[in-house]
Ligand binder design. Sequence first.
Ligand code: AMP
Ligand code: FE
Ligand code: FE
Ligand code: ZN
Length: 294
Amino acid sequence: MGIFKMDADLHLHTHFSDGTYTPEALARSALRLGIAALAVTDHDTVEACESCEVACRAAGIEFVPGIELTTEWEGQELHFLGYGIDVRHGELLAELAQFQDVRQQRVRQMVDRLNHLRVPLEADAVFALADCRSPGRPHIARALVQAGRCGSMDEAFDRYLKKGRPAWVPKRRMSAGDCIGLLHRAGGVAVLAHPGLCRPEAPYGALADAGLDGIECYHSKHDGRMVQRCRAIAERHGWLITGGSDCHGDSKGRPVMGTVRLPYEHFVALKSRIPAAHARIACSAETQATRDRG
Ligand code: AMP
Ligand code: FE
Ligand code: FE
Ligand code: ZN
């Protein structure tokens, strides 16, 4: 008889940002893959959290509300994951609404740039395809592929959308320090996302001073060496260890959910830091379910 091993996936996107899965599909996939706990971390929105919580509870999977925010530190882009945030927090929601507005304007600006490059595309076609408040470059890339303008999403990024390519427009970023503060005020913990993708290396000392709580050690773009490096950094600073697949559904080729598994003990440590938020979302989801029945 084997030992029953439990894992978590704490970095997942839904169709509320640039993923393709519904919250319900995430819960179903987790069940199929034997994942015991998950968090959704959409870009600039928490809209998936309540329905994901309900779907997870029905499936017997533990759930933590999350978000992914883009920040900058001295000109360098850093992504942060917030966990256990209050998804009804006024200041957080006001900030997210601004980020979403800027994302929508940015889609128009990138489409304008494409049009100037004689690539016909309409912003409304991108919005229709994205069908969310937090649209981004993957939606434009998908629209270009659907229109037959590019053979693949990679081609769309390489030719037009990557940083420095002709249709690229920078995203609104908050300072790393402000982001950590906002996540804390919203009742959550702040975790540096995929440090293996940071060039140059992330400013760990400064982030520790700013109150960072954790570091994403396990990620689909981290090899074994990077995982070990991140774990050593976590130990040095007394940080939480998190991890997840960063699965975007089918939007980047094969779904990677299940390929990265955070050992459950790290999820337990994370949970111990966010008990209040846990109670809060479970409670609000229950109210929602009662409303739906009534
Ligand atoms: P945005 O938030 O609009 O700047 O878009 C960034 C998103 O684009 C990230 O979530 C990436 O996962 C995604 N992305 C980056 N490169 C590619 C690519 N070659 N194909 C598909 N998605 C990509
Ligand atoms: Fe994304
Ligand atoms: Fe990211
Ligand atoms: Zn992500």
